[in-house]
Design a protein around this ligand. Structure first.
Ligand SMILES: [Zn+2]
Ligand SMILES: [Zn+2]
Length: 153
């Protein structure tokens, strides 16, 4: 069976990308940075290994978020060995097989949203080294200095 491939783009189409195979993890984040940069109440994203990703077009980056300089849409953020894809930038909706397994910064979740029933809940960031499984909520992987409302997805 061939591996699943997913395509995506920004709104204007200047940036296009493709991810192949299964994602490493899927999450929701309610942190300040994710809210501000998405302009939405939370950020839904999926992470793939870098080798599963290809893209074309010019992007701009601010912090750990990338966007299209023409239309402003969020586009995948390319990290050292992973790429974070905003679920809403994928072409096909609803997506298949991309179900968040955890939520971050739940203290900032809107009161009209419910915790996803099967998703692990974290007060802040994910516990270091934890992919999708792990133990209890609430412990932070490391001390953060100034950015107390932003995440490591
Ligand atoms: Zn664009
Ligand atoms: Zn966040």
């Amino acid at each position: 069976m061939p591996e699943i491939a997913r395509s995506g783009s920004c709104l204007c189409g200047g940036v296009r990308f493709r991810v192949v195979g299964e994602s490493i993890r899927v999450g929701l984040c309610h942190c300040k940075d994710c809210r501000k940069t998405s302009g939405s109440a939370f950020h839904a994203y999926a992470v793939w290994p870098l080798h599963a990703f290809e893209t074309s077009g010019m992007t701009s980056t601010y912090g750990a978020r990338s966007f299209c300089p023409t239309c402003g849409s969020r586009v995948p953020f390319v990290g050292e060995d992973e790429v974070e894809v905003t679920i809403g930038s994928l072409d096909v909706a609803p997506t298949e097989g991309l179900v968040p397994s955890y939520e971050l910064w739940i203290g900032r979740r809107e009161s009209w949203l419910q915790a996803l029933p099967a998703a692990r809940q974290f007060e802040h960031d994910r516990i270091a080294g934890d992919s999708t499984a792990g133990d209890e909520t609430g412990r932070e992987p490391r001390r953060r200095s100034a950015q107390d409302n932003s995440c490591r997805t």
